[in-house]
Design a protein around this ligand. Sequence first.
Ligand SMILES: O=C(CO)COP(=O)(O)O
Length: 251
Amino acid sequence: MNSRKQLIAGNWKMFMNTQQAREFALDFQGRVADVTDKEIVICAPFTALHVLKEEWEEGIIHIGAQDVFYQKEGAYTGEISPAMLVDLACTYVIIGHSERRGYLKENDELIAQKIKAALENNLKPILCVGENLSQREDGKALSFVRSQVEKDLSELSSSDIGKIVIAYEPVWAIGTGKTASPQDAQEMCAAIRSTLAGIAGAAANNIQILYGGSVKADNIKELTKKKDIDGALVGGASLDPKQFADLIHNA
Ligand SMILES: O=C(CO)COP(=O)(O)O
């Protein structure tokens, strides 16, 4: 038996200005007010976080950011510290998304530092891992993702590893309408769990592992039915309150 609750997180990426965020916030909260068996998170752009704090701070919807820096404060132009996110009522933060690894050249060492800093400030990291298409076609997906997990968690104690969330997001499935098959997604999430067990022991059993990549209201159920898939990290389908609420209800 495990104590894993389903977690459905939206990643708004670089969408939603403050007015759109407010309209979403007001509409969405009523649509999911009945959801008690799942955790719901919206990871908004930094510029919209204060709006979600104003609308949701007392509610059931958790607020998250999409990145964080690893220093407490200082001369780091353009960066945002973990404490600044806590000040904006964030409890989650996405770290190591493939778009940042790709466009911003973030490497495993930097990602490991960010995870450690987030945990020191009681922010729950959602660590994103996943292979690209050529790694999948070459049969290297499992070994690549396993090594990402090991490197990105290398700075952490076993008890800290127990506090994180992992999102398996195959790069080729993001924003493409191509979802990994439930079998392939399950195989990878099980491999991630066994890697976690290797480094953190029994804590691995309670770590939420999400799938991400073209998740929609009509394909979520077949994914979350799988034993090691504990929810989803959702991009495009989290931008519309009705669509995202339907997805959560179907999960
Ligand atoms: O990258 C993702 C979430 O972090 C997935 O995006 P899509 O759901 O738009 O494919």
